[in-house]
Design a protein around this ligand. Structure first.
Ligand SMILES: [Zn+2]
Length: 442
C-alpha cells in the first residue's frame, strides 16, 4: 500500500514528467506514470558536502577549474536558462524567473538557506529525494559529511596515476591543461603521501607495486565501486599497447630527471592506463571515462572519440574490466551506440540529459534501447556550476530531462509496435536503476 503522501508525490512526479506541454503529449500516460514511480540509481554526479562544509568543499572534482578561458556556453549553462526557474521553484519554492541580478541571487540564497537549516546533514540526501534518486554514485576525490553510503557511493579519480613524470610539457599544450596538470599534480602528491612516499619510486615495478596497486586497493577498501578518468581533458583516447620492457626503460630514464620526451611519455601513460584498467577488473571496479565534448575552449573533441578506445575493449586481458562511457558520447552518439555490442562496454546519459533537451536526446536514446537496452544507464552529472546553478539544480534538471527523454523514446517504440506497455515499463526500470544494479552487483 502506498501512503497518501507517496501517491501525491507520484502524481506530482507524473505531472512534472508530462509537463503539461507538447512534451507531455508525446509521452504515453501509463509510461509516464511508470517512469515517475521509479527511484533511480544516478550513475554519475558530483554532490557537495552537507552544510556548513559545502562552503569550503573543493573535493567534488579532481579538476574543478573555475577560471578557464571563456568558451561559447551551451544554452543550458547560461544564467537565463528557463529551466533554472523551474528547478528553484521545485526545490526551494523560489518563484522568480532567471536571469537573477545580485538582489535576486541573495533572495535565492536565503530560500536555499531555509531548506539547508531544516535539513542539516541530511541536505544532500534531501536533494536526491527531490529527484526520486535512491542512490547516487558520487564522483569525488573523497567522501564526507552527508555524502556517504548508503545513499552515496564513491567513485574516486585515477588520472593522477597515469602521469608520474614531470608534467610541464603536457601542461604547455594549452592554458586549460596548464591549470589541469597543476591540479592533477596535487592529487598525485596526495596519493603518494597516502602510500608513505613523497616522490615516485625509481623503477616502474616499484611504482606499480607500491603506488598504483595500493592506491586502487585502498580506494576499493574505502567503498569505491568504480574509478573515474577525466583523461580526455588531459590527452586523447588513443592508448597504444607498448611492451613492458620498453616502458620500464622509459620510466627509469625520466622519473625525477626533468621534462620527458613527449612520445616516450605517451607510451608510459598508455601502459599505465591499461595496467590500471586491468587492476580495476581484478578488484571488481568499473572504469568511468568522461566521454563527451567537454568543458573549456581547448578541449579536444577529436580526442574523445570513443572508437579510439576499441583496442582496449577488444583486449582479452581487459574483458574482466567494465568500461562505462559517461555522458552518452555526444557528438559520437552513433559510435558509442555501436560499441555497446562489446560485452564490457556501457554508457550513461549523465550531463547529456542536462545539456541536450529531451526530445533531441530521445532520438539516439531510442536507438540504443532498440539495440542494447541492458547497457544504458541513467545519470545526471549534478555539479556546482555557478551561483545560479548548483548541484541540486543541475541534478533536478537532468533528472527531469532524462525521464522525459526516456518517456518519449519508449512511447515511440510502443506506438511503432516494437514493444508493449509491459516491456516499456521493464526498459524504464532497467535504464533508471536495474542496469546499474546488475553492473555494480548492488
Ligand atoms: Zn562529471
Amino acid at each position: 500500500m502506498k501512503s497518501v503522501r507517496q501517491l501525491i508525490s507520484l502524481a506530482v512526479a507524473g505531472l512534472l514528467l508530462a509537463g503539461g506541454s507538447c512534451v507531455g503529449q508525446q509521452i504515453d500516460p501509463s509510461i509516464a506514470r511508470q517512469i515517475a514511480a521509479i527511484r533511480a540509481v544516478d550513475n554519475h554526479a558530483h554532490p557537495v558536502l552537507a552544510p556548513p562544509l559545502e562552503k569550503t568543499d573543493k573535493e567534488f572534482d579532481a579538476l574543478p577549474a573555475s577560471s578557464l578561458e571563456p568558451q561559447s556556453d551551451p544554452v543550458a549553462l547560461r544564467p537565463d536558462f528557463p529551466l533554472l526557474g523551474a528547478a528553484w521553484k521545485a526545490l526551494y519554492g523560489f518563484d522568480t524567473p532567471p536571469p537573477l541580478d545580485a538582489d535576486g541571487i541573495a533572495r535565492l540564497n536565503a530560500a536555499r538557506a531555509r531548506v539547508k537549516a531544516q535539513q542539516g546533514e541530511h541536505y544532500p540526501a534531501w536533494v536526491l529525494d527531490q529527484a526520486r534518486i535512491g542512490t547516487m554514485l558520487a564522483n569525488r576525490v573523497a567522501m564526507g559529511a552527508g555524502v556517504e553510503p548508503p545513499r552515496f557511493l564513491w567513485v574516486p579519480y585515477a588520472d593522477a596515476l597515469l602521469f608520474p613524470l614531470d608534467n610541464s610539457g603536457m601542461a604547455s599544450v594549452s592554458p586549460d591543461r596548464k591549470q589541469f596538470f597543476a591540479l592533477e599534480d596535487l592529487v598525485r602528491s596526495r596519493y603518494l603521501k597516502e602510500v608513505g612516499a613523497s616522490i615516485p619510486p625509481p623503477t616502474l615495478r616499484e611504482y606499480l607495486e607500491h603506488v598504483v596497486r595500493p592506491t586502487l586497493e585502498r580506494q576499493k577498501a574505502g567503498g569505491a565501486v568504480a574509478e573515474k578518468f577525466e583523461v580526455a581533458y588531459l590527452r586523447s583516447f588513443d592508448f597504444s599497447d607498448p611492451p613492458r620492457a620498453e616502458v620500464e626503460t622509459i620510466y627509469a630514464r625520466w622519473v625525477g630527471h626533468g621534462e620527458p620526451d613527449a612520445a616516450e611519455y605517451k607510451l608510459l601513460q598508455d601502459f599505465l592506463f591499461r595496467y590500471t584498467a586491468m587492476e580495476c577488473g581484478r578488484l571488481g571496479m568499473a572504469i568511468h571515462l568522461h566521454g563527451m565534448a567537454g568543458a573549456g575552449s581547448y578541449f579536444s573533441i577529436a580526442g574523445v572519440n570513443p572508437l579510439l578506445l576499441e583496442s582496449l575493449f577488444n583486449d582479452p586481458r581487459l574483458r574482466k574490466t567494465n568500461f562505462v562511457l559517461l555522458h552518452g558520447g555526444w557528438p559520437y552518439v552513433r559510435e558509442i551506440g555501436a560499441l555497446l555490442q562489446k560485452p564490457n562496454v556501457y554508457l550513461d546519459i549523465s550531463s547529456q540529459d542536462f545539456i541536450i533537451p529531451p526530445h533531441t536526446e530521445a532520438q539516439w536514446l531510442r536507438e540504443w534501447l532498440e539495440f542494447e537496452p541492458e547497457k544504458v544507464l541513467f545519470g545526471t552529472d549534478g555539479y556546482p556550476y555557478s551561483d545560479e546553478l548548483g548541484w541540486p539544480e543541475s541534478t533536478w534538471i537532468a533528472n527531469r530531462n532524462a525521464r522525459q527523454g526516456l518517456g518519449i523514446a519508449l512511447t515511440g517504440m510502443l506506438r511503432d509496435g516494437e514493444i508493449n506497455r509491459k516491456r516499456a515499463g521493464e526498459l524504464a526500470r532497467m535504464v533508471l536503476r536495474g542496469n546499474a544494479e546488475a553492473l555494480y552487483k548492488f
